[in-house]
Design a protein around this ligand. Structure first.
Ligand code: AMP
Ligand code: ZN
Length: 115
């Protein structure tokens, strides 16, 4: 498994930093965002270290597809039945703060704190 020892999401994927887990399998991990914008706000990440979406290619298409397919399923399991947003911030202009690909899934009743 490709990991970056200084990356916070790699540490979460390795279980070295605690998270509130929503889902886990061999390839993906989902956990609640530590600073939620919405009543439900979780992140879906690949367990392998991929810094940004710019670093993905055809070989990642199936995995990225699985991330997308998981979003509605996990949202529903968490009681989000009236809609949600999916966001992947990428690069400086995309305001990506953590350099490990992650998909935000935000939902729940309005109003939200942000977004
Ligand atoms: P981004 O701006 O897309 O890179 O967002 C990074 C997200 O990761 C932010 O929403 C943070 O609140 C969230 N985050 C940072 N550290 C942690 C952590 N240890 N556990 C859960 N979420 C985190
Ligand atoms: Zn990483």
């Amino acid at each position: 498994m490709r990991r970056d020892p200084s990356c916070i999401f790699c540490k979460i994927a390795a279980g070295r930093i605690a998270s509130r887990k929503v889902f886990e399998d061999d390839e993906l991990l989902a956990f609640h965002d530590i600073a939620p914008w919405a009543p439900v706000h979780f992140l879906i990440i690949p367990k392998q270290h991929i810094a940004t979406m710019y670093d993905t290619g055809d070989e990642h298409a199936a995995m990225m597809g699985r991330m997308l397919a998981l979003a509605p399923r996990l949202a529903h399991e968490l009681g989000v039945v009236n809609g949600f947003r999916v966001v992947i911030n990428t690069g400086p202009d995309g305001r990506q703060e953590v350099q490990h690909v992650h998909m935000h899934v935000m939902g729940g009743p309005r109003p939200w704190l942000r977004g």
